[in-house]
Write a protein that binds this ligand. Structure first.
Ligand code: FAD
Ligand code: NAP
Length: 551
């Protein structure tokens, strides 16, 4: 079902109500949400203001400073209509066209405000616009398309703004265990299959031991994982390059480690960087390889057409290019952390974190690929082995403070994860509020994740109601939104009585379709027209009663 997307609802972007109001954007360059200390933010603001000749900003006159269009900060949440992960990048970029550079940079981000990059979408954009951040590959949800769009926009910045404007990188302070820069070490307990043997999907229940880390998490938070690449792939790359793996290599930050450790932990082995193509071009002994690599180094848009999907493909395709291992490592992109919604309540599991991880496997150009993070957790990490992780606190995805409030949870596939945490928390706390779950997956016999637990919670009435949509158990697709529409009168009664609605899982299709279904319920049961239904949902979101954690 294709729908026209509407303005975003609470997508982890709205700050907790107790947070201070944002500083007016006309007087600051680095927003409150940027991951700097107050001192660093003040310094950066002063630095940029000074460079731009905006002395009045520092004189404390309170007078508004007019920024050059290219450096004005990203606007507040209400003024960023592209801040919706269900919109395709081209549509988001079109919406931001003609806006100041930070806003166009922001429109290129994944729009999840997931914090994986160490920023929010707007503060990452502002940091790039000011030059405080030079790594354009940190937006994991946006992937390669985001990185490319950012690169094009940064070229524009370089053309329009004097180089001195680029602020130096500032060291950030992050509480240990609560950000990508400050992970703690935990250990894998187990990664148990959740789907039956012949299922098409491979979801794993991952249990991590966090005893001794002092980590605290709340239902709704996510866990950031620093993955390690598939050891077989690392050995294959070393063999192709005739390297031992023990060679000392220098990383971008100046650190010196072994080539094997660098390829395992520090480098991304997914899309080849343009720097890698340039290195291979310089090393290629075959003229045809050199010519093709020169094209890719200038513009890698044709990489897929040449069968180059990841780094290993590049070495296979261009067999005459065999750089030294140190140069090879230096030309690779940096590993990025992956986020997973936490699937446990710490009240029930004080020294563990549980995740629901869908192991990404796909075939492409007759080769099998695995996702780095999901296969690390689900397949390659052995029990008791260490893993670097951090808690990514949710901005606006949390159980209501009132234990008697009713909650409606819509979470197909791995979207069930935070709702397992919600249910455990409410069960342990003895919360009196009613709990309604909509869950869907491909087949009941194979993909009914946490079936026994959910049925047990339902038998004790902790789970008041559970509606299931197994999409491939019949000839036509049945999704969670179909179950919502079937239950529209009851759903409307719950909403009218103050229930909160939570949605988790796929951002691209499911979240928009569920949003549409909610509007249809408001129209059918609340007697609203389309515009009123939109306003109703927007108000619900504003009141914190419609929260989404989608990816
Ligand atoms: C806030 C948040 C919460 C999340 N919670 C969960 C969760 O609870 N459970 C969960 O499983 N995931 C969750 N995710 C997603 C998770 O972070 C990872 O994105 C996911 O595990 C895939 O990462 P990976 O490292 O395995 O794959 P990667 O190595 O990052 O590979 C992904 C890339 O592979 C490519 N690709 C994928 N499929 C194909 C294909 N068919 N053909 C060609 N190329 C393809 C695409 O380029 C894609 O970007 C969450 C994400 C966010 C932001
Ligand atoms: N970045 C990544 O590479 C990556 C990796 C893993 C997961 N994810 C994200 O996580 C999401 C969850 O993955 P998952 O494997 O657990 O489940 P999923 O792919 O979301 O599938 C769960 C259920 O939702 C159904 N569904 C498909 N389209 C829908 C729609 N428009 N509305 C409602 N339901 C719909 C599916 O049905 P059918 O399949 O039968 O259509 C299936 O029954 C993914 O969709 C993806 O966004 C991303």
């Amino acid at each position: 079902m294709q729908i026209r997307r509407q303005a975003p609802v609470s997508l982890r972007t709205r700050k907790r109500p107790d947070m201070p109001a944002p500083i007016p954007s006309t007087q600051v360059f680095i927003p409150d949400s940027a991951p700097f200390t107050e001192l660093q933010r003040a310094w950066l603001n002063g630095f940029i203001a000074g460079i731009l000749g905006a002395e009045r900003a520092q004189a404390g006159s309170g007078a508004a400073v007019t920024l050059p269009a290219t450096l004005a900060p990203a606007a507040g949440e209400g003024d960023v209509p592209w801040h919706d992960p269900t919109l395709p990048l081209t549509e988001r970029m079109a919406m931001a066209a003609g806006r100041p550079l930070p806003q166009r940079l922001m429109a290129a981000m994944g729009q999840l405000d997931c914090g994986q990059c160490g920023y929010q979408c707007d503060s990452y954009a502002t940091a790039i616009a000011t030059g405080a951040e030079t790594d354009l590959g940190k937006c994991v949800p946006g992937g390669r398309t985001t990185a490319k769009a950012l690169k094009l926009l940064v070229v524009e910045r370089a053309a329009g703004v004097p180089a001195e404007v680029h602020a130096p990188a500032v060291a950030r302070t992050v509480e240990r265990g609560y950000g990508r820069e400050a992970p703690v070490q935990a250990r894998l307990v187990s990664a148990t299959p959740l789907c039956a043997g012949d299922a098409e999907k491979d979801a794993r229940h991952v249990v991590l031991d966090i005893a001794g880390t002092d980590l605290r998490y709340a239902p709704g938070d996510s866990l950031g994982i620093w993955p390690q690449n598939n050891p077989d792939e690392v050995e294959l790359l070393l063999a192709i390059l005739k390297a031992k793996g023990s060679e000392a290599v220098t990383l971008a930050d100046g650190g010196v480690i072994s080539a094997r450790d660098a390829l395992t932990r520090e480098c991304s082995l997914r899309e080849p960087s343009q720097a890698l193509y340039a290195l291979l071009e310089a090393e290629a002994t075959d003229a045809v390889d050199r010519a093709r690599l020169a094209k890719l180094a200038a513009d890698d848009a044709q990489a897929e057409a040449l069968g180059v999907h990841d780094v290993l493909d590049a070495l296979i395709e261009f067999s005459s290019a065999r750089p030294r291992i140190g140069d090879f490592v230096a030309a690779l992109g940096r590993m990025q952390p992956r986020l997973y919604s936490i699937a446990s309540s710490q009240r029930k599991h004080p020294s563990e974190v549980h995740l629901t991880v869908s192991v990404l496997r796909y075939e492409h150009n007759e080769r099998a690929y695995q996702g780095a993070g999901s296969s690390f957790l689900g397949l390659h990490l052995a029990p008791r082995r260490p893993v670097s992780l951090f808690v990514q606190r949710a901005h606006a995805f949390a159980l209501p403070a009132d234990p008697s409030a009713a909650v409606i949870m819509i979470g197909p596939g791995t979207g069930i994860a935070p709702f397992r945490a919600f249910l455990q928390e409410r069960d342990v706390a003895g919360a009196s509020g009613r709990n309604w779950l909509f869950f869907g997956n491909q087949r009941r016999a194979h993909d009914f994740l946490y079936r026994e637990e959910l049925e047990e919670l339902a038998s004790r009435r902790v789970l008041t109601r559970m509606d299931l949509a197994f999409s491939r158990d019949q000839t036509s697709k049945v999704y969670v939104q179909h179950r919502m529409l079937e239950a529209a009168p009851e759903l409307w009664r719950w909403l009218a009585n103050g229930a909160l609605v939570y949605v988790c899982g796929d951002a691209k299709r499911m979240a928009g379709d569920v949003d549409l279904a909610l509007r249809q319920v408001a129209i059918a049961e609340g007697g609203m027209d389309t515009a009123a239904a939109r306003r109703y949902l927007a108000e619900l979101a504003k009141a914190g009663r419609y929260q989404r954690d989608v990816y």
